[in-house]
Design a protein around this ligand. Structure first.
Ligand SMILES: [Zn+2]
Length: 383
């Protein structure tokens, strides 16, 4: 499926209309916010965590997005920076499934594993644990919602491509909100089940791209919400996909109405697909879409004051490099691979307890750091 998306590459989307919001006013407000947030973080734990994953977003992808966006990204608003070691249990080069399982469950596993350990046994995820602690939970992605990254927070499967089994696992939790592609895995299945109807029967408000505009959907107060943005893979942003920012804000506002705090994972899925395609324009347009979404999330979180925002990637994709002769107008790029690489990955944090994310650590530590930020008992020994 991914290969079908490689035909795209318009040059229009990423030059011009993508300056991050609030750049003009940001210089002044950043200073103030940083001071208050570091004072705050010394004494306070976050009520909410918003965890953003740019799939395949290595440092070169970030750099290319930045230079192509007038030398500025919203990522620069995040002052706490670390690096994680992205390797899987069975390979130095991870895939998105093992990478997401590390973030979601705190364990290294094999490539292809969805929240199961190296013996294929299910392991609890931070989203499931948040549910048990009565927090509201959500997933938003620009891939299918059953794709490896979102799947690893809510499903348990020995193999990432068992999409229909993964979709069925969405019925086993009380996830409050999910928005992403892949409707066909819910309502056009080999087993004949209609999971969208089953979600409705469970009390969910359900919408899909075929019958509803995401823009016009209003989440009824207190209701759980599911929205499927496409039949299969969502389009690249260069072909008109434009929902990541609004879906993220919809999810945040819905989750925030439920009183106990929330955990939300937001994935910019297709930075990775640009890397697989060795298509620098694809990478840049998806990188800027992800960063614009981050800007809106940071605006909300700074206003809220009780929300920790963490941004990272599962791995780099493409062995992407920005070469001699590059200008801001035209990057000269090269790739060493059409797959992922093993380079260390940046982690950015902003908000209460952000200081936990300094330094160099394994990808699995991100799970434990998020738990520690929430103030949940340490379970390192049992995991
Ligand atoms: Zn990939």
């Amino acid at each position: 499926m991914k290969l079908l998306l490689l035909t795209i590459a318009t040059f229009l989307t990423f030059y011009g209309c993508n300056t991050p919001k609030k750049m003009e006013t940001q210089v002044e407000s950043t200073t103030v916010t940083t001071t208050t947030s570091s004072v705050r973080s010394a004494v306070k734990k976050p009520k909410n965590i918003i965890f953003l994953v740019g799939d395949g977003m290595g440092l070169s992808q970030i750099t290319a997005g930045m230079y192509s966006n007038q030398d500025k990204l919203n990522l620069e608003r995040m002052k706490t920076i670390g690096l994680h070691k992205s390797h899987a249990a069975n390979s130095l080069v991870t895939d998105s499934a093992a990478g997401a399982t590390a973030f979601a469950c705190g364990q290294k596993t094999y490539n292809g594993a969805i929240a199961v350990d190296i013996d294929t046994l299910p392991i609890s995820t931070i989203l499931e644990e948040a549910e048990m602690k009565m927090l509201a939970t959500g997933l938003v992605s620009t891939s299918t919602i059953v794709h490896a990254t979102p799947a690893s927070y809510i499903a348990h499967n020995k193999y990432r491509r068992n999409y229909e089994e993964i979709a069925a696992d969405f019925l086993k939790t009380e996830i409050d909100c999910f928005i992403g592609g892949g409707a066909k895995y819910f309502n056009n299945r080999d087993d004949g089940r209609d999971l969208l109807q089953e979600l409705r029967d469970k009390g969910y408000q359900v919408g899909d791209y075929f019958n509803n505009e995401l823009d016009t959907m209003k989440i009824a107060e207190g209701k759980n919400f599911a929205f499927l943005t496409s039949l299969d893979d969502p389009l690249p942003v260069s072909q008109g996909r434009d929902y990541l920012e609004k879906a993220s804000l919809m999810a945040i506002n819905a989750l925030d109405k439920k009183d106990n705090g929330f955990f939300l994972m937001i994935e910019g899925s297709q930075i990775d697909w640009g890397g697989h395609a060795n298509d620098a324009d694809f990478i840049v347009s998806e990188m800027i879409d992800f960063d614009n979404t981050l800007g809106a999330v940071l605006d909300w979180a700074e206003q809220d004051g009780e929300t920790l925002v963490v941004v990272t990637a599962d791995h780099e994709t493409g062995g992407f490099a920005i070469q001699k002769g590059s200008t801001r107008e035209k990057l000269v790029t090269a790739f060493t691979s059409d797959y992922h690489t093993a380079e260390m990955i940046c982690v950015f944090a902003h908000g209460p307890k952000e200081e936990l994310f300094r330094g160099i650590y394994d990808n699995t530590a991100i799970y434990h750091k998020m738990r520690e930020a929430y103030g949940w008992p340490d379970i390192t020994a049992s995991k």
